[in-house]
Design a binder for this molecule. Structure first.
Ligand SMILES: NC(=O)C1=CN([C@@H]2O[C@H](COP(=O)(O)OP(=O)(O)OC[C@H]3O[C@@H](n4cnc5c(N)ncnc54)[C@H](O)[C@@H]3O)[C@@H](O)[C@H]2O)C=CC1
Ligand SMILES: O=C(CO)COP(=O)(O)O
Length: 336
């Protein structure tokens, strides 16, 4: 039987990491808009801009030709930042064969529409089965071959099981789920809370503060996720608790670093210039606050992150403001 061809859209750190795994299991092409990245992957088997000199699978092919990459896809994987997804999918639409499944790797929400990326896929590519792969997955550690796990959520469990075999390796364990909403909301929200954790770390508040922010963030994340239709248990799984732990504690997390740098008094332009990579929480923070309002869910931590990022609030004021609020019952209250 012919092995399915995997096409990944997006030649950044995570698209490259997942493509490198898929290339062990199936013929795999990665589309990147940047010539130098394509050249790097095809000839030197590295992605120096995003992953330094870490070796990636030499079987992986890269191209700047979107039409050609998409036309050969039996499975399409979406790995560009959330605010670029609609435009990239729009360009891909005319070239993609019917019914080809689409898997989103993206952990962001679309500004304006407030949509999750699987919803954007369904709008731009109607009729295609769509799912999401999320979990505690710092790209460079996965390329280095350290053990990790993620959850692939799709409404069709059988399809998820067939894609599981393409996206996993011995060191990258892919679990399945049918809770697309829960897995996807968890992946997007944890970035806002990683920024909040970064605030505490940037203010040198200590380990207890970090643990408090992570744990209370999980409550906030779960409340909104359930209100949006996610299953409660999903939020204690890999895409929820797992990714909160990784992103809120890793020195590699870009969202956490955004929080640290804001606490150090840098502005968003300076931070973007320093990071040179996407930190999805910056753009998703306003969307999360809008969604919380619409669903009637109190999200104090997320509101402070939004206030700092979008309304000029000082980090130290956000921190003190949170501490002034009286705590309620740990599990039944609405306080943070
Ligand atoms: N890096 C990581 O460890 C992980 C990232 N993710 C998620 O994966 C998604 C992609 O992130 P990364 O690969 O980390 O980002 P990145 O910043 O490393 O790379 C982004 C890639 O998208 C491309 N891109 C940006 N705007 C574009 C546009 N308008 N059209 C076409 N290409 C465009 C860039 O050229 C680059 O190749 C994000 O939603 C992120 O949250 C998920 C798990 C792990
Ligand atoms: O999603 C990630 C880890 O699971 C990557 O986090 P950052 O985008 O904050 O680097």
């Amino acid at each position: 039987m012919r092995r399915p061809h995997v096409t990944i859209l997006g030649g950044g750190s995570w698209g490259t990491a997942v493509a490198s795994i898929a290339a062990r299991n199936a013929p795999t092409t990665i589309w990147a808009r940047d010539e130098a990245t394509v050249e790097d992957i095809n000839t030197r088997h590295i992605n120096s801009r995003y992953l330094g000199d870490l070796p990636i699978n030499p079987a992986l092919r890269a191209t700047t030709d979107l039409a050609q990459a998409v036309a050969q896809a039996d499975v399409l994987v979406l790995g560009v930042p959330s605010q670029a997804c609609r435009a990239v999918l729009g360009e891909a639409a005319d070239h993609l064969r019917p019914w080809v499944p689409v898997v989103s790797l993206v952990k962001g929400l679309e500004q304006g529409s407030q949509l999750r990326m699987t919803e954007v896929v369904s709008e731009v590519l109607p009729g295609h089965p769509v799912g999401v792969l999320n979990g505690p997955n710092i790209a460079r550690e996965i390329v280095q071959g350290y053990a990790a796990a993620a959850t692939l959520a799709m409404p069709d469990q059988q399809l998820a099981e067939s894609l599981q075999g393409i996206l996993r390796s011995t060191m990258f364990r892919v679990y399945t789920s049918t809770d697309v909403v829960g897995v996807e909301v968890a992946g997007a929200l944890k970035n806002i809370f990683a920024i909040a954790t970064g605030f505490g770390d940037g203010l040198e508040a200590g380990d207890n503060t970090r643990a408090m922010v992570i744990t209370r963030s999980l409550r906030e994340l779960t409340r909104l996720g359930v209100a949006m239709g996610g299953h409660e248990q999903t939020f204690s799984g890999l895409a929820g608790m797992g990714d909160l732990i990784a992103t809120c504690t890793s020195p590699h997390s870009r969202n956490r670093r955004v929080g640290i740098m804001l606490a150090q008094g840098k502005n968003l332009d300076e931070i973007a210039a320093e990071l040179k990579q996407v930190a999805e929480g910056v753009k998703s923070s306003s969307v999360v606050v809008e969604l919380a309002r619409e669903h009637g869910v109190e999200m104090r931590i997320a509101r402070e992150v939004d206030a700092v990022i979008n309304h000029g609030q000082a980090v130290v004021k956000a921190y003190r403001g949170l501490l002034r609020e009286a705590p309620e019952h740990e599990f039944h209250g609405e306080s943070w």
